[in-house]
Design a protein around this ligand. Structure first.
Ligand code: NA7
Length: 544
């Protein structure tokens, strides 16, 4: 490793799954590459999100690298839905196997990246004031974990107890024994953390602003026969993943016709079966129109409401937990014993939908009620997709910022989610316009492979700069927006549109369509030798 080298081919920010894989590909082809990582080890999302209960909601056999048959075959998961410690162990296993750490500079944050038009290279500065120069600047920040969201609740600074955020969990174990704990937020993180915190705390109060649909999933060990079949048929299995709508194989137990072709009894029978399946998200495709017809959607909603009322013994609490929301419009939340947790004597739910909330020295005040607490856990999410990017002082041509280019989100555009006109030789992996409903690991593999192949092409063709054209950006953004307009998700504000961040103007930040179409778009652009991009060649090449 030569961490003193000041001029590199590629600088990558982030040593999560994207940065690790990109480093592997670039290094194999001999490109001088350094990854900068603000944590002290690899793992990205799974390095930071260490809260109790943290885990993945895609089954392990899909939420893993598929670029290497050897790695795939060598690793065996212990559960169907992997928990954070095992995911982090997996990231470390891959880093060891590929000997990645020697080119990763840990404990180092990139604070700025300025494109120097005189030399057509990026000047990149760390928080230690080290400056490196690179031809290519690649962000691999993940879509969420680089920018946790701490809401600006009155009195936050006054609290005399301890404050935690699920997305920035301390590396030392937090002991809840004998503590009065408050959790704010009931999204995916809150729903995972709440049952685990409840097991340790003296008392847990959950402060819920919006009840959401929580789908139970069964955390059982993968069936050895199924795993072996996947390993034995690796290439076929990978191809089938790419042909599937979400980039992972899901048994479809639903019916191939619309909801109301079945009688009420038949529908209830099917819903019950899907609720009991390995992942109750199967309910989202119970019938062909579950996600497209409002009455069909409400039929499933009513079934889940009946389940919540059946599970939660206290009827007032159950009533507070009932969502009034299209099913499947927000990112589905997977839960393990979530609703059951409200039957514990040491857990209570505080509905803050219509109440003022304030933090005091001793805890949280809602309306006139004071809740005394030792710890407050914020499970309040992230400034997703763009938050991490905007934290870095990135300047493209003519000192253009991303914020300026996007006109403060009023004119939000990207080309393929990866490139941005005005920012030559810059790639933003798994950032804005990444896929909403796809297996993220498969998705980021595509972004990484595309970026690597593009860089390799440019180097082999003596290209000095590549940059998306404004027309290509318009086309891609219009394509994305057209798909979004058909999506249930467009009808419910969420982090997919930046709606969770106070003052962040809404924009369509994700791709809501299916995986094969998304992948085909990327493949098409590459196969047409980067159609939609401007390239400038080096002086020597121009002379030839
Ligand atoms: P989410 O899904 O953004 O959830 C954040 C939660 O925090 C949600 O319940 C919010 O309520 C709540 N929240 C946010 N701000 C406040 C304030 N000011 N007061 C009270 N409650 C608040 O983040 P997660 O970390 O759970 O999950 C993010 C993604 O990670 C998830 O989609 C998966 O892809 C993995 P709200 O619903 O806005 O009323």
């Amino acid at each position: 490793m030569n961490l003193n080298q000041k001029e590199l081919d590629v600088v990558v920010v982030g040593a999560g799954f994207s940065g690790m894989y990109l480093l592997h590909l670039l290094r194999k082809e001999g490109y001088s590459t350094r990854v900068f990582e603000k944590g002290d080890n690899v793992g990205g999302t799974w390095y930071w999100n260490r809260y109790p209960g943290a885990g993945c909601d895609i089954e392990t056999m899909y939420y893993c690298y598929t670029f290497s048959e050897e790695i795939f075959k060598e690793w065996t998961w212990s559960t169907s839905f992997p928990r954070q410690p095992e995911l982090l162990k997996y990231a470390n296993f891959v880093a060891d196997k590929l000997d990645l750490r020697r080119d990763i500079q840990f404990n180092t944050r990139i604070v700025s990246a300025h494109f120097d038009e005189k030399i057509n290279k990026w000047q990149i500065q760390t928080d230690d004031n080290e400056v490196v120069i690179a031809k290519y600047f690649v962000t691999a920040l993940g879509s969420l974990s680089s920018a946790t969201h701490m809401p600006n609740i009155k009195g936050l600074k006054d609290f005399e107890g301890e404050i935690y955020h699920t997305g920035k969990w301390p590396h030392e174990k937090v002991d809840f024994k004998g503590k009065r704990v408050g959790v704010i937020g009931t999204g995916s993180s809150g729903v995972q953390a709440i049952p685990e915190i409840a097991k340790g705390a003296e008392h847990l109060k959950v402060f819920q602003r919006s009840p959401q649909w929580v789908f139970p999933c069964k955390d059982e060990p993968p069936k050895p026969k199924e795993v072996q079949a996947m390993k034995d048929n690796f290439h076929n299995w990978r191809r089938r993943m790419d042909e599937s709508p979400g980039g992972f194989l899901q048994e479809n137990f639903g019916k191939p016709y619309p909801t109301f072709d079945d009688t009420r009894e038949e529908r209830q029978k099917l819903y019950e079966k899907l609720w009991q399946s390995r992942s109750a998200t199967a309910l989202l495709s119970a019938y062909t129109d579950t996600r497209t017809n409002d009455a069909a959607n409400e039929d499933v909603a009513n079934f889940i409401r009946s389940k919540i009322k059946e599970i939660v013994k206290d009827s007032t609490t159950a009533e507070k937990l009932l969502p009034n929301l299209l099913v499947g419009a927000k990112r589905p939340i997977f839960g393990k014993d979530y609703y059951e947790t409200y039957n514990r004597d040491n857990v209570s739910l505080v509905d803050i939908r219509d109440t003022s909330i304030e933090i005091t020295k001793q805890g949280i005040r809602t309306g006139d009620t004071e809740h005394e607490l030792d710890y407050i856990v914020f499970a309040t999410g992230f400034d997703g997709l763009t938050g991490g990017l905007l934290k870095i002082d990135i300047l493209g041509r003519n000192d253009l910022t991303l914020w300026g280019k996007w006109d403060g989100f009023k004119d939000f555009k990207t080309n393929l989610g990866l490139t941005h006109s005005g920012f030559p030789n810059m790639f933003t992996i798994w950032g804005p316009h990444s896929t909403a409903f796809t297996n993220a690991l498969r998705g980021l593999e595509l972004h990484v492979e595309w970026t690597f192949q593009c860089i390799d092409y440019l180097q082999k063709h003596a290209v000095e700069t590549i940059e998306a054209t404004a027309e290509a950006e318009d086309e891609w953004t219009n394509f994305n927006d057209a798909i979004a307009s058909q999506s249930l998700s467009n009808r419910v504000p969420s982090w997919y549109h930046g709606a969770n961040i106070e003052g962040k103007p809404p924009a369509n930040l994700m791709y809501f369509g299916d995986w094969p179409t998304y992948k085909a778009k990327y493949d098409e652009v590459a196969s047409k030798e980067y159609e939609g991009f401007l390239m400038t060649r080096s002086f020597e090449t121009k002379l030839k």
